[in-house]
Design a protein around this ligand. Sequence first.
Ligand SMILES: [Zn+2]
Length: 491
Amino acid sequence: MLIAESEASISRQPSPCPGVSTWISILFLSLALFAASACLAPASSPAADTPAKGASSLEGPSGDPLNLATYFTDEEIAGWKQYRMHKVWVHLIGLGAVLVFYLVLLTTGLNRALKRAAERASARLYASPALHRAGRRYPRLAGTVKIPERLFGGRQWLEVLLYCLLFLFLLRLFFFPQHFYSTYWYDLQQGLSNYSLRLWLVDYLKGLCLSTLLFSLMVFGIYGLMARVGRLWWVLLWAGVSVAIFAYVVIAPYGQYVYSHFRPLESGELRDRLEALAAKAGLPLEDILVVDASRRTKKVNAYLSGTGPSERIVLYDTLLDAFTPREITMILAHELAHWKEPHKKRSYAVFSLTVFCLLALAAFILRRGVRFRRLHYSSPADVAGLPVLFLTFFVAFQLLRPVNLYWKRAREIEADRRSLEFVCDPEAFISTQVKLARINHADVEPNPLLVFFFSSHPPFLERVETALEADCRETDVPHSPAGRGGKGPRP
Ligand SMILES: [Zn+2]
């Protein structure tokens, strides 16, 4: 019966077809989604993919190129494995904590308390004489409030907003220790971080403000859709997300300006090399930028981001110190290979289909969940069902994770191969991988299960093997005087 009641309560309001407010809501949500993705994305991205410190030169391995002992000591391998395993455990504990958070929230009455607090605060604000006076004094402000009122059909918009803020506050509070440990403390103890506590706090507060704003807009958009179109909310949301992903690609690079400073790469041999490579690959580069990553980390990275007017290559300043121009050229070749990926349309179709299935599942679970009184929400459009919605997404993402990682690893292997077609320089490729592993403390002999569940890139030796298999007979080999030359590994 509750299902029937709840569904009726949703379908009371919907108009026969989406009206202007609905499309405004979709636009609103789409903007929030891509802006959230852009601003909350870490300053790293695809990147040099696996980074390190530079002990190796371009002389190539003197022993068996497929033997780890050729590149690393036993102590290094064991130490990095320990570092990575610790990270895996922290990650797993974090996943468990997410489940505990949602289950406690949903089953102990805490969620109901949040909802009631939002309702009471909303009623008080609407009855507040001071706000009524402000509305009379500033009629434009009062007119602005009418927009969400029309979208939600009343003051429910304020309840949604206040509930969202309370939910976020609890979430941040609960996960602060884990976040502090994994993003600041542990890498600092391991000597991999340059973060000062002050800078970490500034970054944390920036992220907090942005995530609160954008997360609130997103929730506001989702529940606005539910209020306007009832059961079909998820279809319109899917359409919005599918369009928003394009805008996200354009805007993504700008979000990083919130955290970092960028400067153009100085003129010189390295810049000439990178520009020549980009031209050879057919990439119309606007600029090559250097980001001040050394304020936060000792790790290295490089990435290609944006599209059209926002397209640019970004190098970590740490990369310039530790790698030779020849190695950096090889890293860029890898990024260009991603840019030239032939299956972008198919990737987009898979992404869109996945989002469609996830939203359909979430809508279904949200409707069925109403039956369970302990979950304390009365209908799918009741914002108290938000934790059920997010818990569904969370579980689905975790289940899809190995599939996603498998697909990513396949793309990385392909990018490695294609990078060697752009710049057939296996010596530089291998010495780059060695440095990346060393600087990033990579697990260079990972357990296959760890690769399956956690790794977005192929293991070290697999990448070395790709370099050894490169056929340079028909490509331009950059016999650069810039590198520290020498003969590299050949099959
Ligand atoms: Zn890559």
